[in-house]
Design a protein around this ligand. Structure first.
Ligand SMILES: [Zn+2]
Length: 220
């Protein structure tokens, strides 16, 4: 099985990609980890990526492509994998297609963990934080609400929402996600490789749905 795994922030994508890797014996290939590894091992590609990571900037397409390509050309190249975080641009998708073609591997499917934007905003904007510097307790309105609404259990300070947890920040992240991934999904849909899985329910339910979706796709 060779998979690309795509899902918006807050969809549980990372959790499911790791589970698939562990249970199906696929290499869980997370771009962040691969980049860090290349830098640690001080490979030529790692040296190219390092200044961007250090500055907290996005590593350019061609550098990411080179790192992935080096990994797939190495003697211990991944034969069965689930990619998590790559390709993240259409240019990366084209480069990856060419790479697989060159090394003679076939992509099985592209899994899209589908969760509506409104649901993501509900999930991720759930967190409230105590602004008192000595406290900083966090609460979740659904799963771990404060005893008195809007007030910290520990010190009674009115709770506030961090910028990262605010609906407008989450919507901005979702816009970036769609800008990048809608094109990638269209690209793979044209190859008839996309399997769309509803990202609802608990971890095991979603996992079962993914397996069922993949089985149907492979046998079709
Ligand atoms: Zn507090």
């Amino acid at each position: 099985m060779r998979l690309i795994f795509i899902g918006p922030p807050g969809s549980g994508k990372g959790t499911q990609a790791k589970l698939l890797g562990k249970r199906l014996g696929l290499l869980h290939f997370a771009t962040g980890d691969v980049l860090r590894q290349a830098i640690e091992q001080d490979t030529p590609e790692g040296r190219l990526a390092k200044p961007y990571i250090t500055a907290g900037r996005l590593v350019p397409d061609d550098v990411v492509n080179q790192i992935v390509s080096a990994r797939f050309r190495s003697p211990n190249r991944p034969e069965r994998f689930v990619l998590d975080g790559y390709p993240r641009t259409l240019a990366q998708a084209f480069a990856f297609d060419a790479l697989l073609n060159e090394v003679g591997l076939d992509l099985t499917s592209v899994v899209l963990l589908q969760v509506d934007d409104d649901e993501i905003v509900r999930r991720l904007s759930d967190r409230w934080t105590c602004p008192a510097l000595t406290c900083q307790a966090t609460f979740q309105t659904n799963s771990k609400p404060p005893r008195i609404p809007g007030k910290c259990d520990v010190c009674q300070t009115p709770l506030h929402q961090r910028d990262d947890d605010k609906p407008e920040t989450i919507r901005a992240r979702l816009r970036v996600f769609h800008d990048l991934h809608d094109a990638i999904l269209k690209h793979y849909a044209a190859q008839n490789r996309v399997v769309e899985i509803p990202g609802r329910g608990d971890i095991e339910t979603i996992y079962e749905n993914i397996l069922r979706g993949l089985r149907q796709k492979v046998s079709a």
